[in-house]
Design a protein around this ligand. Structure first.
Ligand code: TRH
Length: 384
């Protein structure tokens, strides 16, 4: 392994968990697989502490999983600039830090890690220089994506092998269900994991599941869709270990778990409802049918993101299951002209076995692309 370089990853927490989740996953991988010396700077550590319980949100400086985790405060700490600097999601960098970069003997490799999108323009923008407007500092865009002409996706070495080993390990699976305080799945049960934003279609979908003809279990991380669940259960909101039942549907609230345990939940669920960015990518690595709730954007840009991904994802899928997936995803994201969620669910459920085979083929194909961390390490090595 080349000599470890020092990396500083900067991230501001806008809302939710993805900003922290992506940075934490990348930091851990750079340490574990590339032996890099990584410091993760976050202006608020609470989101990170929810997905990485080893993190103490009250501490300004700590070590976890080989990563140095520091609170990003203003005025910013006096620290020499790293060899490689990641500015996550265009969060900007402390002015004093930029000044120190400009004074450094060798300018650090500076990357702006952008949001994930399947839109075609990403291929033309990934890797483009974006020099700092005032300082003689090179800076480049790094766009995650689904093709070889993008920055790739975060995928840890051995991820698929770990997934398959876990799926053969009954004891490990029982341990996960006990951690989540839910019973193991009954034969023939459809088990759904539900990680979504507030969604106007949720109540109708829960009705459809309750009135369905197959036993359904829905696992919802605590705090997710709280208002809708409160209304749907008439205030008898499920909490860990205390599910609520109606018809064919058993609704469980599950505790928030570590990123790795969340991966395991995705690996064992029949269908995964995911959102934002990081859970969406993890659901694809789980190679099970998934439903993406895109982070809503004012100008409806999220529907373009949705369609761009679906276009890529179903390009080689038979027309009927492809249409079923597109219709259900658009309904779940309340896209203009979408059919009602409960109507679209029927076709999606009917196409499930075809969607399962496709999810597996898609994950296998995506995994032939270089992973994001390896790409960054390779390009940084050239620049520094
Ligand atoms: O939390 P999110 O909605 O984050 C979003 C996205 O990042 C989006 O791009 C950004 O614009 C928006 O925030 C502001 O969804 P995401 O990206 O899936 O991140 C969730 C993280 O939480 C992911 O790393 C998985 C992790 N997680 C756990 O570790 N344990 C859990 O129990 C659950 C439910 C999630």
């Amino acid at each position: 392994m080349p000599a470890p370089r020092r990396w500083d990853i900067f991230g501001r927490i806008v809302d939710n968990f993805g900003d922290a989740g992506v940075c934490w996953r990348l930091a851990r991988q750079l340490v574990a697989e590339h032996g890099q010396d990584v410091t993760l700077w976050q202006d608020d550590l609470r989101a990170l502490a929810r997905i990485a319980p080893a993190i103490d949100p009250a501490r300004d400086l700590q070590q976890a999983a080989g990563v140095t985790v520091r609170r990003w405060t203003e005025p910013f700490a006096q620290t020499p600039p790293a060899d490689v600097v990641i500015e996550a999601f265009g969060c900007g960098l402390p002015e004093t830090y930029i000044a120190a970069m400009a004074r450094a003997a060798a300018a650090p490799a500076w990357f702006i890690l952008e949001y994930l999108s399947a839109e075609t323009w990403v291929e033309g923008t990934h890797g483009l220089p974006s020099p700092h407007p005032q300082r003689p500092l090179p800076r480049r865009f790094w766009f995650p994506g689904f093709t070889a002409r993008t920055g790739g996706l975060i995928r840890e070495r051995g991820l698929f092998a770990a997934r398959e080993a876990f799926r053969r390990d009954a004891a490990a699976q029982r341990a996960l269900w006990s951690l989540l305080q839910v019973p193991p799945p009954a034969p023939g049960e459809i088990r759904v994991s539900l990680f979504c934003y507030p969604n106007p279609g949720l109540a109708a979908l829960l009705d459809a599941w309750a009135d369905g003809d197959a036993p359904m279990t829905c696992l919802v991380p605590e705090g997710v869709a709280a208002g809708a669940l409160d209304a749907w259960t008439g205030g008898n909101v499920p909490h860990p270990g205390h599910p609520s039942r109606r018809g064919c549907l058993t609704l469980h609230a599950i505790p928030f778990v570590t990123q790795d345990d969340y991966d395991r939940l995705l690996w064992l669920s029949t269908v995964n409802f995911v959102r934002g960015e990081d859970s969406f990518v993890r659901a694809q690595w789980a190679a099970r049918p998934c439903v993406w709730h895109v982070y809503p954007q004012a100008d409806g840009a999220h529907w373009r993101k949705l369609d761009a991904f679906v276009d890529r994802h179903v390009a080689d899928l038979a027309p009927e299951p492809a249409a079923a997936l597109r219709r259900f995803w658009r309904a779940w994201n309340a896209a203009p002209d979408a059919v009602p969620v409960e109507v679209a669910w029927q076709d999606f459920a009917t196409a499930r076995s075809l969607l399962e085979a496709h999810a597996d083929a898609w994950a296998t194909r995506l995994a032939t692309l270089p992973d994001l961390a390896a790409g960054l390490v390779r390009v940084a090595a050239i620049q520094v």
